[in-house]
Design a protein around this ligand. Structure first.
Ligand code: COI
Length: 355
């Protein structure tokens, strides 16, 4: 007999919704959390107590191992509202797969489909009214897991918490961004944890990003650890370039395998572009900007969606990208994805997971 519905999700509705406090026409990224969250505990080798409860503080021990040794991973997913009110989540199965790859690398337990996907579905059903319908907005969904064992020895934690919180959001970047090529600090090396979405990968980006900000750039462009010659990703998203008629994105296990990046590369191929995942050197990019073959450059991510890059700073010199209006591919892909995710066109790929 196959085991289904092993995890019954208990629902405890809030007594006091905060929905009326939200200005859906003026949403900032990640500031206001929806009424409910999903929480599940991992103890004695099994997931237990899967529940949807009012959003609120969690109790933790000061010796909780995630705080000391960093077993902490997360995902970024988005939910959208169609014109008829249907709520849909964009490709959450890919986030679930990536989440469990991150978990394996950090010696954390897998989260079963029933809890991750089933939990997402049920949570969004409960907080359906929080999914915004204003153009350019969405419900940002943040599944995460952290180690909860209260012990100071360095070993995989015996217990974990898996949580999903959500928040209605507007754009992460409201205008094109400038990037500084980082040639000293390193995000990830071969054999490391670059592909995993663990909290430490973001913590280590803060200082170099602040230095780039002080020089007037919005973000950094990471390069490889060995030579600082090859482009990896930006601090908050993957990178995609159009060089000639080829759509190119850096590849390898030192970068995050983004769901938006993957989606865009799949669309590029479908639309007849050459789509390549390969090493891109900073020199190739700079030469291409100079000779005009690099016509588009953008950041791609769940939070960033498609964010155009305005200029790239390298070794004290700025290189301007062509005007955003003329960027055929990135504008087309953003427009297409918006239409698809908001349910305005048919979804031939099955990417919309209907709640
Ligand atoms: C996302 O795109 O969902 C991320 O997790 C990136 C984060 C910097 C907001």
């Amino acid at each position: 007999m196959s085991e289904t519905n092993t995890y019954l999700i208990r629902v405890e509705p809030t007594k006091q919704s905060r929905l009326s406090q939200v200005d859906f026409n003026n949403l900032k990224f990640g500031q206001i959390m929806s009424d409910h969250m999903l929480v599940a505990n991992y103890e004695d080798g099994a997931w237990t107590d899967v529940s949807i409860v009012p959003y609120g503080d969690l109790t933790i021990s000061p010796s909780m191992s995630a705080l000391h040794y960093g077993q902490s991973i997360f995902e970024g997913v988005k939910g959208y509202k169609f014109p008829d009110g249907t709520v849909s989540i964009f490709r959450p199965d890919k986030n679930w797969e990536r989440f469990n790859k991150s978990a394996a690398r950090l010696q954390m337990p897998e989260v079963p489909e029933e809890i991750f996907m089933g939990g997402l579905k049920e949570l969004l059903q409960v907080d359906e009214a929080w999914v915004p319908s204003v153009e350019g907005t969405s419900l940002y969904i943040r599944p995460f897991m952290f180690a909860t064992e209260a012990a100071l020895g360095v070993h995989p934690s015996a217990s974990y918490k898996f949580v999903i919180i959500t928040c209605p959001v507007g754009a992460y970047y409201s205008k094109p961004i400038s990037l500084k090529v980082e040639t000293y600090y390193t995000r990830a090396a071969d054999g490391g944890v670059g592909f995993s979405k663990n909290a430490g990968n973001y913590a280590l980006s803060l200082y170099p990003t602040q230095l780039a900000n002080q020089e007037g750039y919005d973000q950094i462009m990471w390069t490889d650890a060995a030579e600082h010659k090859y482009i990896e990703e930006a601090g908050t998203a993957n990178l995609i370039f159009r060089i000639g008629d080829t759509i190119i994105t850096p590849h390898g296990d030192t970068i995050l395998h983004g769901v938006t990046r993957r989606t865009i590369m799949e669309l590029a191929e479908k639309w007849g572009f050459k789509a390549e995942q390969r090493k891109v050197s900073v020199q190739e990019l700079i030469d291409g900007i100079k000779n005009g073959s690099v016509s588009e450059a953008f950041a791609a991510g769940t939070a960033a969606t498609v964010t155009h890059i305005s200029k790239i700073g390298f070794e004290g010199q700025d290189y301007d990208l062509p005007p955003v209006e003329g960027r055929e591919f990135s504008n087309k892909v953003l427009d297409y994805l918006n239409q698809l995710r908001y349910g305005k066109i048919e979804d031939p790929f099955g990417w919309n997971f209907i709640v």
